[in-house]
Design a protein around this ligand. Sequence first.
Ligand code: 2PG
Ligand code: MG
Length: 415
Amino acid sequence: MRAIREVGARAVFDSNGIPAIEVEIRADGGVRAAELAPRGSTTGEFEAYVLEDAAALPALAAVAPALASVADLVRPALIGLDVCDQRAVDAALRAVDGGAYFRRIGGNVAVAASMAVAQAGATAAGRPLYRHLAETAPARLPVPMFNIADGAVGSNTVYTEFLLLPTTAEPAVALEQGARVRAALAARLTAKGHRCSDSTQGGWSVDLGGCEATMEMIVAAAEDCGLAGGHDFHLGLDLSGAEFARPPGYAFPWLERPLSVEELTRRYLDWVDRYPLTFLEDPFEPADEGAWRGLRERLAGRAAVVGDDLFASAAERIDNGVAAGLADGALIKPNQVGTVTQALDALACGARHGITTVVSQRSGESASAFITHLAVAGGAAWLKAGGLSRMDRVAKFNELLRIAEEFTPADGPRG
Ligand code: 2PG
Ligand code: MG
């Protein structure tokens, strides 16, 4: 047993220049690790609570309540625990919180502490983080998917993330494909007089006025690289439906007018017919269960309906949602649910149901490649880490190349 000896914290900045809490763990044997809490730009109602003094943003003082939580609640609960026993540590975090969504200790505090313990535990155990975390789910290498053109909230006015999904399972080949299509898209955009700039997630921040024009441009850019839609790659969209729900319909900025659920469903079905589109993330708001089920039934497997805000990375929500026929896939983001163990449980739950699992970044990130290891350990199908730009995104893709050097599919259950 390697005991946790010290739990410290500091206020730092995330990739968007927003103050975040970083938790630092020290354990027996000189082991030391720190992780900061990522932050979503669109945060669903079922996400773990962010404990901060929001009125003080962007001053570092906004982190003061989270620092107090570490000092007063988390530190006493974790000191003396085995740094390698992630389940016990995460159970202690939940116990000291005592409620739902980490409203007492803060989901940001919980996730930073949980991830820092995992990193320290891997170091103490002398093995890579992905092996340290692999418990029950079969470990495999996820396929990287790329934010290739980004209109996500905070990026521009289209409010949709355009994703490139390579079909190859070979990480280096997939990453090269992402890089080539990124460059080809920039060439097409600049040739048409559009300005190319990086979005917060490392995609090209573009506003071509609508989803169809953007998908056509991406497909053309991929073809410039000799890649064929439906064969070498597919497309995905993250629609962030909850942001645009105007019951009983939806008012996306790229729509000429608000659409009813039936009209929007038909629009999605039409796109799946016309484009190599196989991945629809958050097409509706979570409460619109009939819409989710209806789209999924009418797609009949031609494209995956994937829940992000719908599930908020909670195994119980995935269980219920899949049983209700709402989705064929789930995004997993540790800070949505609060601890590494709960994120791994959500991945295992997805595997049990045979749905597509996607480990994902947030808009506000660190330079850590934690989620890459989580994706491998939990057997995720996909790694959604943004575009191939900005080191906070590229670091996560580069880590996949490093892991691929030593990975064998037998790597998995703890030996
Ligand atoms: C998403 C993520 C990452 P956010 O919606 O899937 O792409 O963004 O930070 O808004 O959760
Ligand atoms: Mg999303």
